[in-house]
Design a protein. Sequence first.
Length: 240
Amino acid sequence: MTVLTLDGVAKSFTMHLQGGVRLPVVAGVSFAVRAGSCVVLGGPSGIGKSSILKMIFGNYRSDAGRIMLHANDEVVDLAAAPPRRILALRQHSIGYVSQFLRAVPRVAAIDVVAEPLVATGSAPAEAQRAASDLLARLNLPQPLWRLPPATFSGGEQQRINIARGLLPERPLLLLDEPTASLDTQNRAVVAALIAEKKQRGTAIVAIAHDDDVRNAIADEIIDVRAFSGEADAVSPQQMR
């Protein structure tokens, strides 16, 4: 089953401090993601990969095209959905792991991870048990679980971020360089967790510059240069 379809999606930015110059980012972005598969967006930094993820998540509005989400017995065009609809979909249909953890100060790490489950109706004790299991798999020392993640190292914060994003079961998961600040051991753990998500039917769109992680998780690699005008001959086909 196809969970996500992008059809002719485009994005540009207007530089208001530069006399309204329009800066094109991507155009004609078209691909589909099936349940249980992972599409990795490839290409150099600055080519528009994160912009595509943010359009899917609703942080950016697209200039053109459709972003169709098929999940939980509904079909929604994310490119046209109002903000309230997008926020509701994030509660039960779309997960996101960014490169940076944004957590409320002084909230314990285990509560940061458990919060998405509590927000959708899970009992706090049950949510904390699930969060504990995931934090243990991600090799975060147990004495840190009751401390606020603002005090942690970059790699520790990213593991909190990953745990928070991976804990809920949602039909679509977006990953923006989730392993960028992790060591080899924890990158392998994250790759294994992503594989388990795929086995449970999650559709995933990811950005992963690390070769080992990309090769471990990708079912299809799409070169975003095909949508930026930088590569005339590159088509968004499987590159493996």
